[in-house]
Design a protein around this ligand. Structure first.
Ligand code: NDP
Ligand code: GDR
Length: 360
């Protein structure tokens, strides 16, 4: 039985990847951080009681900033594959916590690669680095492919640039199977609530049910190449099964603006949008009943990535990969799931309890 170790197993991709690897018959080990509350919501459906013999999902406490912990876990698991998905993954937050972001996102992967060397696992353990389209930042070429020069535009992207190159370097220097998946934005119903897609689907569903007044966003004109996380984790696995380690762009090749995403979600919900509308009443709709979306400069970034569009030709031609889930299907699924949870909150509110209304 192959063993995989996933850092960031409690995140969006970690959850989808753990599910996929369990289906494929792997023994899956995951690293989770200690938190003051349970933080395993996304993988609770995969949970196996630690007292079950023969369980194939095993969680370890750990942190990307603690070398001793990473070495010990890798030594005891002896994984065939390590998927390094753990990161402080929010671009805007990286401007607030640049040093921590560098520690977790840049030095973290170095710690894992060094652990592989220290433990003499260079020939056994393959390493996947969650690289990102944010590396292209201020884009030098449209669309972006594996050979497009990088120009990172945030502490997050600069940290990920180090991680990208240290993976390449350890591959060349020590013969480690290390590969980078340069993944463009990918979303799902379990996307973190403060990324723009999920913020939109969650807010519009809540506005429709009267649980929230209006939606505040930052740059409405930003263009992204949005795919579905389920499609993209399949690629993470596939990239680790090749004869030679390489670096790959994973993207849909289609671009939409934040504004397009709002409109698509509104259509799914059967509501109309008015942008920064005048004549607002207390319910957050204008006189015609359209939902107000306002721009709040607090969501602007000190340096923005205006446009990203991937060219996944290499993955398509060499691996036969094309994403299965379309943009409209992605939006529809996210809206459907957020509407269900808004309905649950509505019920809670109806019975006199305060429904969770954090709105960042
Ligand atoms: P999430 O933010 O959903 O998940 C990040 C995971 O990393 C969580 O499990 C989080 O734990 C964990 N984590 C954060 N900091 C640490 C730390 N110091 N030590 C240990 N674990 C830590 O991200 P995604 O699932 O969306 O993304 C997965 C990876 O892919 C990330 O590295 C991201 O940067 C990268 N990426 C994502 C893209 C996307 O569009 N989703 C595109 C390209 C790259 P906790 O649950 O406790 O917070
Ligand atoms: P991104 O994702 O920065 O591309 O990073 P995010 O959804 O945060 O932003 C996308 C674009 O939308 C604009 N935007 C807003 N963003 C947020 N979060 N909140 C808002 O209110 C808002 N209004 C407009 C942003 O300015 C930006 O242009 C994601 C993360 O998953 C990274 O970890 C990953 O590496 C990249 O995708 C690829």
């Amino acid at each position: 039985m192959k063993k995989a170790l996933i850092t960031g197993i409690t995140g969006q991709d970690g959850a989808y990847l753990a599910e996929l690897l369990l289906e494929k018959g792997y023994e899956v080990h995951g690293i989770k951080r200690r938190a003051s509350l349970f933080n395993t919501d996304r993988i609770d459906h995969l949970y196996q009681d630690p007292h079950d013999t023969g369980r194939r999902l095993i969680l370890h406490y750990g942190d990307m900033t603690d070398s001793t912990n990473l070495i010990r876990i890798i030594q005891s698991v002896q994984p065939d594959e390590i998927y390094n998905l753990a990161a402080q993954s929010h671009v805007a937050v990286s401007f607030e916590t640049p040093e921590y972001t560098a520690n977790a996102d840049a030095i973290g992967p170095l710690r894992i690669l060094e652990a592989i060397r220290i433990l003499g696992l260079e020939k056994k353990t393959r390493f996947y680095q969650a690289s990102t389209s944010e590396l292209y930042g201020l884009v030098q070429e449209i669309p972006q492919k594996e050979t497009t020069p990088f120009y990172p535009r945030s502490p997050y992207a600069v940290a990920k640039l180090y991680a990208y190159w240290i993976t390449v370097n350890y591959r060349e220097a020590y013969g480690i199977y290390g590969c980078n998946g340069i993944l463009f934005n990918h979303e799902s119903p379990v996307r973190g609530e403060t990324f723009v897609t999920r913020k939109i689907t969650r807010a519009l569903a809540r506005i429709k049910l009267g649980l929230q007044d209006c939606l505040y966003l930052g740059n409405l004109d930003a263009l992204r190449d949005w795919g579905h996380a389920k499609d993209y984790v399949e690629m993470q696995w596939l990239l680790m099964q090749q004869d030679q380690p390489e670096d790959w762009v994973i993207a849909t090749g289609q671009q939409h603006s934040v504004r397009d995403f709002v409109n698509a979600a509104a259509e799914e919900l059967g509501i109309r949008i008015t942008w920064q509308g005048s004549g607002v009443d207390e319910t957050g709709t204008d006189q015609t009943g359209a939902v107000i979306v306002r721009v709040d400069p607090r969501y602007f970034r000190p340096t923005e990535v205006e446009t990203l569009l991937g060219d996944p030709t290499k993955a398509r031609e060499k691996l036969g990969w094309t994403p299965r889930i379309s943009f409209r299907e992605l939006v529809a699924e996210m809206v459907r799931e957020d509407l269900k949870s808004a309905e649950r909150d509505e019920l809670v509110k109806k019975h006199g309890y305060r429904a969770f209304d954090y709105n960042e």
